[in-house]
Design a protein around this ligand. Structure first.
Ligand code: ZN
Length: 253
C-alpha cells in the first residue's frame, strides 16, 4: 500500500534533531508522497528547502491566521516569489481561526483574501485552516472564488461546512482527530464523496489513537486510512488508493 500524507509539518522544530531519519522512515513505511505545509514566511521557506532536497516531499507557503504578526506587504511579496518554486503545490495554510484569535477577525479575513488572490495569480490551490469560523470562511470562498479550489485541512466535523465545501468543489482532509475516543466522525465521513477525500497527519500534532500523546509523523497516516475504511465499510487498500489519487489530482503532481 502507498499513502499520501496531504498535510505535515516537517518544518517544525520538533524534527530538528532527527528530520532526515524520520523522512527516510516514512518513505520506507509506504508514505511515498507528503506535503510539508508552511504557516509563516520562515517556515514556508524551510518547507521549500526540505521539499527541494527530497523528491517525495512537496511544499506549500502561506501565512496562517495564527501567524498574523508575520504579515507585511514585504513578506507577502517574498512569499509570492517563493510560491513560484516548482515544488510549491499550494498556498497555505491560510484561513480563519476565531478559536485562538477572537480580536482580529477583520484583519484575518483581509489576509486570507489577499492570499486567495495570490493563489489565483499563481494558479495554485489553497490549503484552508478554519476553526470556529465556518460561516465567514464559506462566505469568503463564495465571494472570492479560488480558481484551482483547494483543501479543508483537518476538516472540522461540521456538517454545514462539509456540505458547502464539497459544493464549492473543495477536497476534505481528515486527520488523527477522527480516531479520538470522543470524536463522532461517522456523519462527516459519510458526507464526503470518495473522489474528494484526503488523509493527513498534521504532524507533529494530532497524533492518532493508539499513539496519542506522542510526537506524530506520517507513518501514522495508515491509522486514519483504516478508520475511514472501517466507517465507509470499504477495504483500507481502496481508501489508500483513492486518497492517493485525489491528492495527486488536487496538487497536480
Ligand atoms: Zn497544519
Amino acid at each position: 500500500m502507498e499513502f499520501f500524507d496531504s498535510h505535515a509539518h516537517y518544518n517544525d522544530e520538533r524534527y530538528d534533531e532527527d528530520r532526515e531519519i524520520i523522512l527516510r522512515e516514512i518513505y520506507a513505511s509506504g508514505v511515498t508522497n507528503a506535503v510539508c505545509v508552511g504557516y509563516n514566511f520562515k517556515k514556508s521557506e524551510l518547507a521549500v528547502k526540505i521539499a527541494q532536497s527530497h523528491d517525495f516531499i512537496y511544499a506549500t507557503c502561506g501565512i496562517s491566521p495564527n501567524d498574523i504578526e508575520d504579515f507585511s506587504e514585504e513578506n507577502l511579496k517574498k512569499m509570492e516569489r517563493l510560491a513560484q518554486n516548482k515544488k510549491v503545490v499550494a498556498i497555505g495554510e491560510i484561513g480563519l481561526d476565531y478559536y485562538w484569535n477572537k480580536d482580529n477577525q477583520n484583519l484575518q479575513k483581509e489576509i486570507f483574501i489577499q492570499q486567495i488572490q495570490m493563489a489565483n495569480r499563481q494558479n495554485k490551490p489553497i490549503v484552508i485552516h478554519t476553526r470556529d469560523a465556518v460561516m465567514d470562511t464559506i462566505e469568503i470562498l463564495k465571494t472570492y472564488p479560488v480558481t484551482k479550489k483547494g483543501i479543508f485541512h483537518c476538516c472540522p466535523l461540521n456538517p454545514e461546512l462539509i456540505k458547502e465545501g464539497v459544493k464549492l468543489g473543495f477536497y476534505i482532509s481528515f486527520s488523527g482527530n477522527i480516531t479520538f475516543k470522543n470524536a463522532k466522525p461517522e456523519k462527516a465521513i459519510a458526507q464526503v464523496p470518495l473522489e474528494r477525500l484526503l488523509v493527513e497527519t498534521d504532524c507533529p500534532y494530532l497524533t492518532p489513537e493508539p499513539f496519542r500523546g506522542k510526537r506524530n509523523d506520517s507513518t501514522k497516516v495508515k491509522w486514519i486510512v483504516e478508520k475511514i475504511a472501517q466507517l465507509k465499510g470499504m477495504p483500507k487498500e481502496e481508501i489508500a488508493r483513492v486518497t492517493y489519487r485525489n491528492a495527486k489530482r488536487i496538487f497536480e503532481i
